[in-house]
Write a protein that binds this ligand. Structure first.
Ligand SMILES: [Zn+2]
Length: 313
């Protein structure tokens, strides 16, 4: 059994995950708003305490912690964009202390949400059976992770595969990260909506959805600016996916996250543009598919990352 904890900007979830991926004692708390660092952690401690009340607690052998980023797994710290009270917060050590308090001094692994999602998709999802895969989350930001030689490759600080901040337009617009023309600055939900509005698109209903979901609905209806916004995002993603495949010979890219739920509105332009960028013989078979795991991907990912990174536990 693996203790899994998933920390996001809106909720903190926990579960005991069986070796086949099924979950027991699943629990969640809203992420506290307006609390200080310890106040936010109190919700994590409650989740751990509830898991510790399970009759299966004594069967746990490891703990996986997935968190919204940025993360620094070399220090065990997180600074989630949506949890302002946590900057360089030592979440791994604090959770280890809670586990010990409940009689379970387990080895732990901390993974960013993109890396955790990658572990989940490789274990039970769309990247299953692929020895080399890129997995991505396209939502308000763009994150990702890599499977290389059937192993999760988080890198020294847990940030390998951070595809949102590789440049696909070397003289493009400045990105929040300080670089230019990053994938995230073109293909995130935030960027899609911003670009569409800058080109004059507005929701048909003045009180309608002006987010990427609204742009996706308009694109499905054939609205030209909305179609162009998704085409541009798809092209940026295709260039980044092809670059990754050319660099490390990934043969599949799995895409999850809120923007990916728009289905072919996003995937059709990615696949159409992929042929322009994935040109060498060894990447021509590259496939791009939707993520297969839904709501519990964060918990599954935390457990999968722990199992992959703590062999022998
Ligand atoms: Zn950037």
């Amino acid at each position: 059994m693996t203790v899994a904890v998933d920390i996001g900007g809106t909720k903190i979830a926990g579960a005991l995950v069986h070796p086949d991926g099924t979950m027991t004692a699943t629990t969640r708390r809203p992420t506290p708003r307006g609390a200080d660092g310890d106040g936010v952690f109190a919700a994590v401690a409650e989740v751990v305490a509830e898991l510790a009340g399970s009759p299966l607690w004594s069967a746990a052998v490891r703990c996986g912690i997935g968190s919204a980023g940025p993360v620094d797994t070399s220090r065990g710290t997180v600074s989630p964009v949506n949890i302002g009270a946590w900057r360089g917060f030592p979440v791994q050590a604090r959770i280890e202390a809670e586990l010990a308090r409940h009689g379970a001094a387990l080895p732990t692994v901390l993974a960013g949400d993109g890396v955790a999602m990658t572990a989940a998709e490789h274990w039970l999802g769309a990247a299953r059976g692929h020895a080399n895969a890129l997995c991505m989350v396209v939502s308000t930001g763009v994150g990702g992770g890599l499977i290389l030689n059937d192993r999760l490759h988080p890198g020294p600080t847990g940030n390998a595969g951070h595809i949102g901040h590789i440049s696909v337009a070397f003289d493009g617009e400045p990105c929040v990260c300080g670089s230019r023309g990053c994938v995230e600055s073109i293909a995130s939900g935030t960027a899609i909506a911003r670009w569409a509005r800058a080109q004059g698109w507005t929701p048909a209903d003045p009180h309608g959805d002006a987010s990427a979901a609204g742009v996706a609905a308009a694109a499905e209806a054939g609205e030209p600016v909305a179609v162009a916004a998704f085409d541009r995002a798809g092209r940026a993603l295709a260039a980044a996916i092809a670059a990754t495949a050319t660099l490390v010979e990934t043969d599949i890219a799995v895409i999850g996250g809120g923007v990916a739920t728009s289905g072919d509105t996003l995937f059709a332009p990615i696949r159409a543009h992929l042929a322009d960028y994935a040109t060498l013989s060894f990447v021509r078979g590259l496939r791009v598919v939707p993520a297969a795991l839904g709501t519990h991907a964060g918990l599954i990912g935390a457990a999968a990352a722990a199992a992959m990174l703590l062999p022998g536990t």
